[in-house]
Design a protein. Structure first.
Length: 484
């Protein structure tokens, strides 16, 4: 028999319930040893993790280590002899944040601090839930006090037994249980959070994450292609219908993701604090943000319509130029731009080059720029010079960056060569020292041997000093002189 527990961080635990009288096997208490091993191997003593600016959750390859380390840190710092996370001391919360900023490569900004504390709160509440599960295994207060879990102290457990048995907690527990039973969205992502799934599904070229409707499908369609339930499939169909209707009314080229997100939020009707179907890391859009999405759609349509009108001014609907002269001008501008692009550094604004080439070829008439309508005033000699200055400034900046990069690379090579030279010198010195020590020892041994052969003429006291010194591993000229 299994129970599924979904925590507030958007992850789910499958908890096996053993037969009566049999203890459930588990992997035991999380100690964060794997994170400590990775820290020792890291270059700067910190691990990488990503917290996007638009959501309060860690994503990417380091997200698992982030949650593991934070769970251990919360266990060591946040006491349970309080009613809830709000009662945990500010000092303990500051220690938790400081430790996470020291362990992971994260800028010390308010958004990252808030994300750490929000995730810590979810982990604290999850651990409190597990302690309550342990509390419910025993029938009486006395037995519960006798079976204290290892994660808490005796004072904490006494407090929790009293608190779990209070009327206020029982009412809150029943209310939460009722709300849990009404939960509509049961995803198929396992322990991985919604935002981690969305982050990993990014487009490799653009870096864009799937829109709300696509993400809905990703998290609620089983591997066999069937929806978790018919209600979720119905929501998806409604969003698709809404998007299809709006696409027919807009110009080609409009961002469909914006339309899909707006349709999804309209149909799902956001709840307070989160967007249904998107996980706890995504905050709901305000009225203002929804208006901004609509404004973006309208701006896109306006730009597309403007481009279409400009194109139709000189190009017919069949794709042919109105006359050969216009086509010739276009070809000349393209050739001029192509020539200049070959001579400039990468990164220069091509639009400036194209505008300058167009004005040069068209030779402005007094009062307006040919081909741009009466609303566009011609560029003066000064404005053309400014365009040229902007181009030169851009090229100068790019050239300066290139020189700085080359200078840094040269310095790195010099440092590397210097280190290698010092290492080789040290090896030569060590080899020479070993050889000299060997020769010195051989000389001392030869001297001793010679003295032994002429022992009759040598005082016994002096011979014993030399013999004892050369007989030890520490024989050296210095030791012989000191002992004499």
């Amino acid at each position: 028999m299994t129970n599924v527990h979904t925590n507030n961080a958007g992850t789910a635990d499958v908890i096996a319930t053993p037969p009566p009288g049999q203890k459930r096997k588990g992997r035991g208490k999380t100690r964060g040893l794997s994170v400590q091993k990775k820290l020792k191997k890291s270059v700067n003593g910190k691990l990488k993790v990503t917290i996007p600016p638009d959501r309060m959750v860690a994503v990417g390859p380091g997200a698992k280590d982030f949650v593991t380390e934070l769970s251990v840190t919360v266990l060591h710092n946040a006491r349970h002899d309080v009613k809830n996370w709000k009662g945990v001391s500010d000092l303990a919360k500051d220690r938790i944040v400081a430790h996470m900023l020291d362990t992971f490569q994260l800028p010390d900004i308010q958004h990252n601090r808030d994300t750490i504390l929000q995730t810590a709160k979810n982990l604290y509440r999850y651990r409190r839930s597990r302690l309550h599960d342990h509390f419910k295994k025993f029938a009486t207060k006395e037995v519960r006090l006798q079976n204290m879990p290892s994660q808490v102290s005796e004072a904490e457990w006494k407090f929790l037994v009293e608190y779990f048995n209070s009327d206020d907690f029982k009412k809150m527990s029943e209310r939460n249980k009722s709300n849990k039973a009404k939960q509509e969205v049961n995803h198929i992502c396992g322990r991985k959070s919604f935002q981690a799934v969305s982050f990993e599904a990014r487009d490799t070229n653009t870096g864009k994450e799937p829109n709300f409707q696509k993400f809905w499908e990703m998290t609620l369609v089983n591997s066999n292609g069937h929806w978790v339930n018919d209600a979720f499939a119905e929501v998806n169909d409604k969003v698709k219908e809404e998007v299809a209707e709006q696409i027919q009314e807009i110009e080609e080229g409009t961002d469909v993701d914006l339309i899909a997100n707006a349709a999804f939020m309209q149909i799902m009707r956001e709840k307070a604090g989160y967007v249904r179907g998107q996980g706890s890391g995504v905050k709901p859009a305000s009225r203002r943000s929804r208006d901004e999405i609509q404004e973006q759609l309208e701006a896109q349509q306006k730009e597309i319509e403007e481009e279409r009108r400009k194109r139709e001014t000189h190009v017919n609907s069949n794709g042919h130029w109105v006359n050969d002269a216009f086509a010739e001008v276009n070809d000349k501008v393209k050739e001029e731009v192509a020539e200049q692009i070959q001579e400039i550094e990468e990164g220069t604004d091509v639009d400036l080059i194209a505008n300058a080439a167009f004005m040069q070829i068209m030779r402005e008439k007094a009062g307006y720029v040919r081909g741009q309508g009466s609303g566009v005033k011609p560029a003066s000699r000064r404005s053309r010079d400014e365009i040229q200055e902007q181009l030169e400034a851009q090229q100068k900046e790019i050239e300066e960056e290139r020189r700085k990069r080359e200078s840094l690379e040269r310095k790195l090579i010099e440092v590397k060569n210097q280190l290698e030279e010092e290492w080789r010198s040290r090896e030569v010195m060590e080899t020479s020292l070993v050889r000299e020590q060997k020769l010195l020892k051989e000389g001392v041994m030869a001297l001793v041997s010679h003295m032994q052969r002429s022992m009759n003429g040598l005082p016994a006291a002096i011979f014993n000093i030399i013999n004892n010194s050369t007989g030890s591993d520490e024989a050296s000229p210095t030791s012989l002189v000191d002992k004499n």
